[in-house]
Design a protein around this ligand. Sequence first.
Ligand SMILES: Cc1ncc(COP(=O)(O)O)c(C=O)c1O
Length: 319
Amino acid sequence: MTSEISVDEMRAAHKRTAPFIHNTPIMTSEKIDEKVGAHVLFKCEHLQKTGSFKARGALNSVILAKEQNAKGVIAHSSGNHGQALAWSALKIGLPCTIVVPRNAPVSKIDGMKEYGANITLCEPTMSSRESVCADLAEKLDSFYVDPHNCVSMINGHASVVFEVLGQVGNEIDSIFLSVGGGGFAASVAFLIGNIRPDVEGEYRIYLVEPEQKQLSKLLEEGVQCDVETLNTIADGVRVAQVGSLCEPILKKYCTKTVVSVKEEEIKEALKLIWTRMKQRIEPTAALAFAGVLYHKPSHIKRPLVILCGGNVDTNYVIN
Ligand SMILES: Cc1ncc(COP(=O)(O)O)c(C=O)c1O
């Protein structure tokens, strides 16, 4: 597999995956602009294949695995990564196995099954996920695709940046995105940092986190969050630790741009997008918007918010 994170690899990944993925639309809302006091642009990755940006990196990883004669791909996931990998494997014609914690939302497990993945259940702890996955990977001779700490995932996600720059590159002054294990943020920050020389000025990447995560402590003092899983409605970013590949990139480009958001703020942001824009985003996407709605620095006038996913647990909504 590709061994380095680079602009050239990101360009190659974009070319490789573009025929299969959506160039997702940009949306705006006058009502939301009034409320925020700025012109907010939304990149609609909730309308991406499988309902999240994860399809970008997963597809890049599966194509590269196939080129290297892998017998299959495998990952552990409670949601979006599993669906994205399963869909990619189905498209490219490789068997896919997902190790899923027993407490994962049923709708997300159903999604993985519908894309043809073989599901193996495990205990809902990171150690169980990792050990079951490692054993199975060896037994099945399958290529392991880490959800965030993975070069081909990070290179693959960057296609969202090429699209955004083509769509609204000159209209925006910042990008707000949700951060979990850090793969998505590392991808966007690395590419923008390398191809937009003004990134050190006003054009910045803001990392929006649930407040429990305390990413600033890691980036400024080297102190990792002391819990394994965050207790947040934003289920796509419950993983507390940032990957070792992602950390130096985030340190370089985003040390002063971490935005911490309260749970109530995520819920209010979700409500606003559902009611005003009628877009059925998931709470993890609302997290990024909550960063703009409640914590936008006053000099930011044209933020782009990446609505990273739309896989809402329907049981949760109905009950
Ligand atoms: C919808 C959504 N947004 C954001 C993230 C966070 O991505 P990362 O773990 O690369 O920071 C995830 C991770 O699965 C996700 O599913």
